[in-house]
Design a protein around this ligand. Structure first.
Ligand code: ADP
Length: 269
């Protein structure tokens, strides 16, 4: 009954301006090819900052040895490149841990509105940096409870909110909403939903289906500039799969993006 899950685009529906990609949980196994692509990607991602570091070390040893201003500048760049490697390794470990736990049923009783409140506090400074207002809209009818892994669900909300801050409009709003759903056909029961919506430039619909692939970026330069590793949404996808949930991405150019995670509601009682 247990399956290996991967991204599968179950439906790609167009209603004039908005394309939705339902990132589904259908089993799909191309393990060999995927693994070697992954290793090639990781090597490339690590080599880029490493090459920069090696170059600057040479420069500091030679031409820049007696130039204090150049030394200071190069050391700043080196610190940034080291930081990039550090984030990459952190995200790789995170992804690998999430994959290892794919078959373990999570058992925490998690209130998503509490998770969101915590994430909003943590990301307050990052939002302020881009003059982004975080607008939290909790579900007011009932607590949104799921049986899940609290740390992983925190990571999901964190990654989606971080992206909305990074790729949304500077000076714009990021809206985080929760909803209780009486009946979700895919779950044959009630569900809960978290949406993270930004008012940024949006994403060209042709990219939507691939966003959760490891290292897939719409704009590599922008992602790099924002300190992205290209693994955030891959981590989100794996966590959502472990929770038997669904990820829906809605976006249109010039109209912002909405990332929605739907999870089975915790059983009553
Ligand atoms: P990264 O570390 O590059 O942010 P992610 O896996 O989190 O990696 O996201 C993959 C890509 O999806 C990003 O590089 C960006 O191009 C795109 N993306 C993610 N979230 C948004 C968003 N809210 N608006 C526009 N583009 C987004």
């Amino acid at each position: 009954q247990e399956q290996i899950f991967d991204v599968h685009i179950a439906a790609l529906e167009s209603d004039h301006s908005v394309l939705m990609a339902f990132v589904d949980t259908a089993p799909q196994e191309e393990a060999g090819q995927m693994r070697s692509d992954f290793v090639a990607n990781v090597s490339h991602e690590l080599r880029t900052p490493l090459t920069a570091l090696t170059g600057f070390i040479e420069t500091l040893r030679g031409p820049a040895r007696d130039d204090a201003a150049a030394r200071a500048r190069f050391l700043n760049i080196m610190a940034e490149e080291a930081g990039r490697m550090n984030r990459l390794v952190t995200d790789l470990l995170s992804l690998s841990r999430v994959e290892d736990m794919a078959r373990m049923r999570p058992t925490d009783l998690v209130d998503l509105d509490q998770v969101i409140a915590m994430v909003a506090t943590t990301l307050g400074p990052a939002a302020a940096d881009r003059q982004v207002e975080l607008v939290i809209q909790p579900c007011d009818e009932q607590p949104v409870l799921v049986t899940g892994d609290r740390d992983q669900l925190t990571q999901v909300v964190t990654n989606l909110t971080e992206n909305a801050i990074k790729y949304g409009r500077e000076g714009g709003n990021v809206r985080i909403t929760t909803r209780a759903l009486e009946q979700v056909p895919a779950f044959k029961g009630p569900g809960v939903e978290v949406s993270v919506e930004d008012d940024g430039d949006g994403i060209d619909p042709k990219h939507l289906g691939r966003l959760t692939e490891r290292f897939y970026r719409v704009d590599t330069h922008r992602s790099r500039e924002m300190g992205g590793t290209g693994l955030g949404l891959a981590i989100v996808k794996h966590i959502v799969n472990r929770h038997r949930g669904r990820l829906r991405i809605e976006s249109a150019m010039g109209q912002g993006s909405t990332f929605t995670v739907t999870l089975p509601a915790a059983a009553a009682g």
